[in-house]
Each structure stands twice: as structure tokens, then as C-alpha cells.
Design a protein. Sequence first.
Length: 625
Amino acid sequence: MKKVFISYASSEILEDGIAEVLKYLGAEKQNSLTEDSIELVITLDNNLIGYQYKRRNNKYFLTASNISSCFRGLTRLLRMQDQSFEESRNFKELSLSLDLSRNAVMKVPELKKFLCRLASLGYDTCFLYLEDTYTLENQPYFGYLRGRFSSEDLCELDNYAQGLGIELVPAIQTLSHLERPLKWHDFHNVKDTETSLMVHGEETYQLIDQMIGTISKCFKSERIHIGMDEALNLGRGEFLKKHSYCSQEQLFLEHLKLVVKIVKKYGKKPLIWSDMLLRVLSPTGDYYDNNVEISDSFSKMIPDLTIVYWDYYHDNVDDYKNIIKKHLKMSESIYFAGGIWTFNGIAPNYGRMFTNTIAAIQACKEMSIQHVMATIWFDDGAETPIQTSYLGLQLFADAQFESQIDFESVSKNFELFQAESAEFYQLLDQFDQTPGVSVNNPYSSSISKVILYQDILMGLYDENIKEYSLTEHYQKLNKKLSELNLSSTIYEHFLLLSKILVLKAQLGNEIHLHYQSNNQTMLERDLSKVNELIELYMTYEQTHHRLWTESYRINGWEVINRRYYGMIGNLINARRSIEQYLISEGDQKIPELHEKLLPYSDWYTNLDGILAANFYSEIPSVNKL
């Protein structure tokens, strides 16, 4: 363990924060200088943009523009202990938006460790995305059985982050993405659609006032993100039954003004996701509609706020620049939010993340956007472990401090700053970068998830994948992973996944073929694979449970648990059917294998270079789950 003796030339640095970051880095802060300790003098100088350190007379001098830059410099210094180094910031602010609402609420101690990771990389701000995972007084069904934070939890986290130089900002929802609380009768008076609040309703604004008032007390930040994205059916549910038709443009702007008024009542500055401002102007409701024009009259109707342009999908600098230009017509205060792509499936999509982020960062530089946000989303139940976000955290951090970013340089810094195996994390991209998928997986194919969850006898995607050498692909991936021989739960998790995919990728097609030809010898081999898969799924579930409970509260695990045990049950059913067929020497038929399988066909899977979509509900069965 490295021992560090630190003296401060700036009182703004909090000693508790220094101690926490040192502990995270595996170092120890000493109260006196010893022979084996590193002596360090820290100075904050806002005339500097970034940080620099030099070694003189066996003493390090670290100077930084702010605390976040200081901690990045401290991390590099301790890892390298070289003579000198400096980095400059490219943007005024680097932030992260962390999804804590899609079934996975982090434990407070683990979230503190995560904040230390952000501090060591140089992040300034962390937005906590909370749909209904915070506590509202006298609203027992708000966040019921969801692992919600108490107000005391949030205050504790806010104080902790402050010591790390990180501003913690609440990010809530005040229009849509509220399907979890709106399912309860307690909220029927404020419900328009399954996901959206009833605009123009007195009780709606009483609830929003309570949301904003409650959350404002928990955070010292003057900012609050009030969401308002993807309200696609705004005014088309209960509102339409009670009122005459009203355009979504009018409804959204009126609602926005009322909520902004509540925000300012509590002395806060509002941010919103920007998509609805553009969707209401598009005949197709498309966020990225090239034909949408922003008129001066429309811009004047937008209240004073910050709009956050989120875009995880484009790979061209000019596309980003054109959309940024539209945003600048609506507000002078623009943030850009890119995606870390933990929401692709059960494995991350690093190819698309790197391609799109590099283009987006270049556009932000050219358009002088000063606030850049990385986002971690867990859309389909947080089945992708949060550890898979670490390489993306490095990418955005390097975008802040490096003049140019590419895969190689980010991977090198990843090992330096986070002491993780870059080779292991790079291999995770190969779970979905398979034969049949375009380079860098630009359409977010998630075939590994499909193989993991689809029915072994009635695989909805078997016809789509039968022509591709997926078994061989996963055999190569398994070999590469095995050769790393790492010791961590996340490594064990993905190594097990690769073993499952080797066995199961084409097993459904093989069973069909062998059954149709009545090849009982090969069906015996298939049965052996089914038995092996049952054992692998049991172990895989246990490993994932260990990963989950290390990071998250238990709420939400029941969803993932049911997915795994649903697959185990499906394999047991297939085993029974095959055994009965073999015992009867072919007389006992297997009904599931008598209907010809068709390719899975929708607009998404019909695109070139994609094999499968990424929502669980589309995978196990065509029947209602």
C-alpha cells in the first residue's frame, strides 16, 4: 500500500474527500512524513485549466483548476509516479447520469465507491436518475417494493459527494416514465396514459410540487433535472376522454411552464431532456427529424431552462452539429448527453459506444458545447452488470482531458486509472459483434441475449441465426476469456455466459434437424447438452446473484431470477420430451417440433447487419408472458 503525506496550499480541498479517494486507490493518507511515504503538496489555481504535477527534490507538487481535476491528477500520479505530467480540460463540466430506476437501486456504500471512481477519473457532476426510487411522505405506493432511497440516504450521499468535489444533482420525472407508480390506484386521478401524468390536473401539480419540494431538500445543488422525455402519447389517454382535442405542442409547453414555475418556487434551476420540444414539431414524432424547423415564435414560448440534447445513435459529426444548431435556436444553455451503451442487452455494445461518442465529442468541440454528460441506462431490468460501464466512464473522462481519443488510448488509460484488464472488457463487445452483424454493431444487435433466453424447442430466432457460425464464434470467445484466467465475479459471470452460448447457439436448430431425420444417436448427444445447460444456468444464476447483491438492493432481482429459472424450466421440459421420445423409440412425438419455424420478422430485424433486438419480452414466446 502506498503511503502519502499531503500538505495543502488551498483550503478548498476537504481532507475527508482526499482520504476517501486514497482509500479507493489502495493508498493511505499519513499524518507525518516517513521514509517510505510520497510527499505531496496540493494547490488549487483557477487560472489553470486542468492539472499538472512535477517532482522536485523528492517532493511532488500537484496544481489543479478544481477538485475533480485534482483527483484525476492524484490518481495518475500515484499510479505512475513519473517526473511530471499535465492534462487540460476540454469542457466546462463533465457529468454522469446514473440510472437508479430500472429495477436496480445501488446500495449506499457501493454508490459511494462508485462516486470515488468518478472522482478519480475527473468527473465534476453526477445526476442520480430517480423515477420513483425516492421517498415521498404519505405516498406509500410511490416506490413501493422498488428499493427506494430514503431522504436520509440521499442527504448522506450528497454530503459524501461534496467532499469528493462532485456535485450531486437529482434527476426525476415530472411527466412520463412513471409507469411504476401510475399502476397503483392511489395515482389514478393523476394518470393520463400508462406512463404519463395528466396535464392540466390540479392533483397532478400538487404531486409534482411534492416531488420537487421533497427532492430539493436532499441535495445542495441549485440544479434539478425534471425529465419530461418520451411522453409520446401525451394527452391521448384519460385527458382526451375528459377534454377536447389539444395539440401535443400546446399541452407540453403549458405543462412545462407550470412545472418550471414550481421548480423556481424552490429556488432551483431546471433542466429537461430536449426530445419532446422537437417531437411535438415533427409530423412523425421523430426526435431527430431533419425537416423540423425551429421558429422564433416557438423558441419564445420555451421558459428559462437548460435543455439536454441526448443522442446515443448517430455516428456522423455533421449529424450531431445539425441537431445542436436546432437546440441553440431554442436555448443558450445546452448540455450534450451521450450513451455508455449498457442498455444493448446482457453485454455492452462498445463498438457503437466508441464510434458514436468520438463523433459526438468532436461535434461538441466544434459547436462550443461546454457541458458533456455520459449516461448509464439499464432499460430492460438492469441485467447488464454495472461493471460493464467502467470502460465507457474512461472514454468520456478521456474526452474531457485528452486532445484526441481512440480505442487504444482509452484502453491504455483504463488500465492506468482503473487498474482493470482492458483486454477482458474489450472482449465483452464480442458477445454481440458476431457473424451477420455489421462492424461496430450500429443497430444494436443483441444475439447473445436472444440465445440465452429463447425457447430451446421453439426458438423464435432460430431461422434468423441458423446460417451463421455462431457456435464457432463463441468457442473462440470462450477460449480468449479462459486464457485471461482472471479472479473476479464479473469475469466469472461472462466466462459462464460464453460457455452457455457455445452449447446453446445452434442447439435448437440441431434438435429440429435430428428429430426430423429420427437420428436418435444425435438426439442422445443433444440431450446431454441440455443436461449440461441446466447445470450451467444454475451456476450462472448464482454468479449473477452474487454480482447483483454486491452492488444493489435486492428489489428487482426477482425479475432476473425468474428469467433464469424460466429458462431452466424450459430446458427441463425439453429434456423430458426428448427422453420420452427416445424411450418410445420415436413413437412419443414432440409436438413443439412439428410446426415449421419462420424467421423472426419486424422492421428492426429486417435491417441489414442485425440479427436480434434487445427486449426480453420479444424473446421467450409469441404468447403473452
